[in-house]
Design a protein around this ligand. Structure first.
Ligand SMILES: [Ca+2]
Ligand SMILES: [Ca+2]
Ligand SMILES: [Ca+2]
Ligand SMILES: [Ca+2]
Length: 269
């Protein structure tokens, strides 16, 4: 055996940019492929290769080239049969226009799977004509979260009522650290008010740190004796016996930290 060729004719001439040769037994013998230019009458080479045995025992030789500027009605396939063992078979030969794809992601496949949010577009080309798709925005959905009711509006929630939602429902927050969701003055980090039996700052302790210094205000009214001293007027000789008139003893006990908080008060007149 020696080199030989086959010619294939097509009924519907058209520009092409690929040839598929289906080698169904002992592939690898094809070493040159031509297409005929009807204007010049010459066969133009679109593929050359070293003929050699190919695995597996059948395959498709795909040949791509720029789109022809003429209609193709005839191709020639040159075969070096001695280069492969035994006999070799070609079952079918297809020609036509194939498209290439270039996605905004850089992918070149005909389709892609959008696994992240973003704007996607694809450019399709056959080597001569090209079109670019309208950009498509893919929105990535947020994962739903479990929200907890904040009934008193202090931004700290409780587990009394929950809501599974992709966005924050009105009156709900993500934390569950409000130890009293009916009082907006009670939440983690609030001022602990002493001696009221309430855990305002939600730390599990009631009236903590209230055993320190207290503010004691003692107001005494008396009689100034004119020599840098005071003398009590209560029952003072020469001043009067009406104790409601000007004698006052006023004692206020206030919180050691928050002096504006009056804890106790006594007055004597
Ligand atoms: Ca709350
Ligand atoms: Ca609260
Ligand atoms: Ca308290
Ligand atoms: Ca506390």
């Amino acid at each position: 055996m020696s080199r030989e060729y086959i010619q294939v004719l097509y009924n519907d001439p058209a520009p092409v940019n690929f040839i598929d040769i289906y080698e169904t037994y002992n592939p690898g013998a094809v070493d040159t492929v031509y297409i005929k230019n009807p204007v010049t009458g010459l066969f133009e080479v679109v593929y050359t290769g070293n003929a050699s045995p190919q695995l597996p025992q059948s395959g498709k030789l795909h040949i791509s080239f720029p789109v022809t500027t003429f209609n193709v009605a005839e191709i020639r396939i040159a075969i070096n049969s001695p280069a492969v063992p035994g006999w070799n078979e070609i079952d079918a030969v297809g020609i036509g226009i194939e498209q290439t794809y270039l996605w905004s992601t850089g992918a070149t496949t005909a389709s892609i799977t959008a696994v992240t949010g973003g704007i996607y577009s694809v450019s399709v080309s056959n080597g001569f004509c090209e079109s670019v798709s309208v950009p498509v925005e893919v929105t990535e959905l947020p994962a739903p979260l479990l929200w907890h009711v904040d009934a008193d509006g202090d931004a700290y929630g409780s587990t009394a009522m929950d809501s599974l939602s992709c966005s924050q429902p009105l009156g709900y927050v993500l934390n569950t650290t409000d130890c009293n969701d009916a009082a907006s003055s009670i939440y983690p980090g609030a001022n602990e008010i002493c001696y009221n039996g309430v855990d305002e700052n939600c730390n599990g302790l009631t009236d903590e740190n209230c055993n320190g210094t207290l503010n004691l205000t003692l107001l005494l009214e008396g009689y100034y004796n004119g020599t840098g001293g005071m003398v009590p007027t209560l029952l003072h000789a020469g001043v009067g016996f009406n104790s409601n008139e000007c004698d006052t003893v006023h004692v206020e006990l206030r919180d050691g930290i928050f002096a504006t908080t009056k804890l106790a008060e006594e007055k004597w007149y």
